[in-house]
Design a protein around this ligand. Sequence first.
Ligand code: NAP
Length: 314
Amino acid sequence: MKADRDLIIIGGGPAGLSAAQYGARGNLSVLVIEEMATGGQALLIDDLENYPGFPEPIKGFDISQKMEQQAANFGAEITYASVSSVKKEGDIFIVKTDREELKALSVIIATGAQHRNLEIPGEKEFTGRGVSYCATCDGPFFKDQKMLVVGGGDAACDEAMYLSNLTDKVIMIHRRDRFRAQKALAERVLKNPHIEVRFNHEIKEITGSQKVEKVRLYKNNEDKEYEEDMAAVFVFIGSIPQVSMVSGVEGVKFDESGSIITDQRMETGIKGLYAAGDVRSTPFRQVVVAAGEGAIAAHSASQYIDELRGQAYK
Ligand code: NAP
């Protein structure tokens, strides 16, 4: 069996595109398989203000385009398909997509994570009609109206800050008595006069006729429920790693959140198979971390391929 490519990268977010750039620049033939649009979750970032080298905030969309261009400049190819499985036969990885079967010497999984749902009545029904998982995409529809943000992490705080530019009526609820988010960000939210933070609060139901009109909230430290008028509900309660293509594959291990465990070279329990970015069990999910992990994974893959070819520098 012969490989179609040296390296296949599944996922075209910051981790995948950085891996593609490093792999292609290292003279590997590289194919990125992306399901939707390159950029991944970074596309949703309104102002990315902590990526080194950009003292002025850059749009998530813009940096994604630049990363794609840079990878393409070095010769990486991108195709659009959904990957259903990855398995290794001998020294060849077989990557099955909804369109074809591709073979590679090494594979990097950089599929990222997808938003978690609240799983409460009204959430599904009103998604796209007031319930949203992206403030940049949908916030402007609710300008000057009352919006609810659910969550206590970095994403919820970032997005609440964004929404506070559109209305002075952002209500933010978190189920605990303090934020999980990084301190500086949490403090910015708490000081923002357009954001009213309510700790120890949960959302139980979203109601309305054609669109969101009301929410039922629960104050968990007082065991009290109440209803409130609301135009929109923005949900940022974490994310779920996208690992279905390797779930059940012997040798690939997962942590308690379902993220892929690797060693410091980003290698999974299978030689030649790597994971990088938000899909990986990692302590700090940031665009810069994903890009760094992509670079390490590509470097490791390149060394592995050299070994396979008997060209390793020892
Ligand atoms: P996260 O850090 O996992 O936070 C999720 C928040 O949602 C937690 O506060 C959690 O509450 C809450 N939550 C989870 N399930 C819930 C439920 N069913 N009902 C109500 N609340 C629920 O997720 P994230 O904010 O999406 O961030 C993901 C990763 O990306 C993190 O590593 C983060 O640092 C990173 N990130 C960074 C930035 C930035 O640096 N600007 C921006 C966005 C994301 P508990 O606290 O009670 O568990």
